[in-house]
Design a protein around this ligand. Structure first.
Ligand code: HEM
Length: 338
């Protein structure tokens, strides 16, 4: 008897399920529900709830922005993080690498046309080199750790797996947060130290018009301590460095930002885009200081460069130094190479 009841119960339950499904499906079709159109419905939902598209409630804690559940700018920011920024980064950085490879293949290394003289001239003192390497090394660490924020999930995670990628990224993020301050100090020192010598003048306009003589094998336009190209780089590094520092500070201390989450999203966009452009630009600077030009690295390596190199690339500066300018007597600045 008990078994008959249980069979009957099973049958009734089955029948109810079939009936329920039959009623539900036309109802669903009528409501226009289409599971593949989730994004459209999400959008409609947001618009329906508030004219500005936000979904928010009330909170009793001091942080009122915590009451906002959904804000449409968040979607735009997510698109920027997932698509726009990686695209800008890939185009700027890979594009620059391609240009540099082509340039090296076509032009080759820029040689000292008159050959090495065997005499050197002091170009940068110890403090100048310290400031350069402080800024440069912190920039490289910030660049690599920042690129991991943008590209790590898609490029490194599949290679390393979660167990390695997670602590690796946490460590890089920690480095990024702290090394940022060394970079800021470097930018301030660099500005104070070199601003006077980087004020543009007529010589730089001619230098730029002649493309720095980079395509010519033996003729280079006249230049002072810094040529037109180096002055452009200097100002780009100062402006870019200030933008990265200010936006980086906003990202580091989001609770102190007045404009709330929208302001933080804006600062994050500035930070990411400026970073990608600066990384591409600094790749060109690294190229010309190492592979691209004979004798250039010594300026920041030992601090002294070959006299012929200096005469070809910074003729006006050599004249000034030999007249006893730039703070030291000429004899102290020109020496036989070791
Ligand atoms: C100057 C001081 C700097 C500070 C305080 C700083 C701070 C930050 C912070 C807090 C983040 C957010 C990381 C996250 O989303 O978890 C970030 C991201 C990032 N930073 Fe910096 N940063 C600084 C300089 C730099 C420099 C010089 C570069 C480039 C060489 C750089 C490149 C990046 C990149 C590429 C990202 C990832 C952007 C993204 O994917 O949205 N940062 N930075």
């Amino acid at each position: 008897m008990a078994q008959t009841f249980s069979t009957l119960r099973g049958l009734i339950l089955g029948l109810a399920l079939i009936l329920g499904a039959a009623i539900a499906s036309p109802a669903m079709a009528q409501s226009g529900f289409n599971p593949t159109q989730r994004a459209v419905n999400e959008d409609q939902l947001m618009k329906a709830l508030k004219p500005d598209g936000t979904i928010s409630g009330r909170v009793t804690i001091p942080n009122q922005s915590a009451g906002t559940l959904i804000q449409p700018e968040g979607k735009e920011w997510r698109d920027y993080r997932r698509e726009t920024l990686p695209r800008i980064g890939a185009i700027a950085i890979l594009g620059m690498l391609v240009v540099l490879c082509l340039f090296y293949a076509i032009r080759g290394k820029v040689r000292v046309a008159a050959g090495m003289s065997g005499k050197t001239i002091v170009r940068f003192n110890g403090f100048e080199r310290f400031t350069h390497w402080l800024t440069a090394s912190s920039f490289v660490i910030l660049g690599l750790s920042g690129l991991n924020v943008t590209f790590g999930r898609s490029l490194l995670l599949p290679l390393l797996g979660h167990q390695t990628f997670t602590p690796f990224s946490a460590f890089l993020k920690f480095l990024h947060n702290y090394i940022g301050f060394a970079f800021m100090v470097g930018i301030v020192l660099m500005f104070v130290m070199w601003v006077r010598e980087n004020i543009p003048n007529g010589t730089d306009v001619t230098w730029v018009k002649e493309g720095g003589g980079i395509l010519s094998k033996d003729k280079h336009p006249a230049a002072g301590k810094f040529n037109g190209g180096q002055k452009i780089l200097f100002w780009a590094v100062i402006v870019g460095g200030v933008l990265l520092s200010l936006s980086g500070l906003h990202l580091l201390f989001p609770n102190r930002v007045d404009g709330g989450v929208i302001e933080i999203q804006f600062q994050s966009e500035i930070h990411g885009i400026v970073a990608m452009l600066m990384i591409a630009m600094i790749l060109a600077h690294i190229y010309i200081g190492t592979l691209g030009m004979e004798g250039a690295f010594d300026a920041m390596g030992t601090g002294s460069v070959d006299l012929n190199w200096a005469k070809e690339h910074h003729s006006l500066w050599v004249d000034e130094v030999q007249k006893g300018g730039h703070g030291l007597p000429a004899a102290a600045k020109v020496a036989p190479a070791e």
